[in-house]
Design a protein around this ligand. Structure first.
Ligand SMILES: [Zn+2]
Length: 77
């Protein structure tokens, strides 16, 4: 009888992926849905919120930070 599944146990670790981009920051107006655009610093999205508030009177914003992680198999010797 052939096995239906192979189950393997292994230890994995998760760490920040430094091989590519760093975190990406973006903000969005919760009133009209306009977005700041993605940036590698949170300064630009935060400045966009202040400019948008000044132009429109909209005062609510959602901030999103996207970070990248990499899983790696832990080698036990
Ligand atoms: Zn708005």
């Amino acid at each position: 009888m052939a096995p239906k599944a192979v189950i393997r146990y292994a230890d994995w670790s998760l760490s920040v992926d430094e091989s590519g981009s760093g975190p990406i920051y973006e903000t969005e107006c919760t009133t009209c849905g306009r977005q700041s655009g993605a940036a590698e610093s949170k300064d630009e999205p935060e400045d966009w919120c202040l400019r948008h508030a000044g132009l429109t009177g909209h005062t609510g914003f959602r901030a999103t930070t996207t970070s990248f992680f990499r899983a790696a198999l832990v080698v036990v010797r």
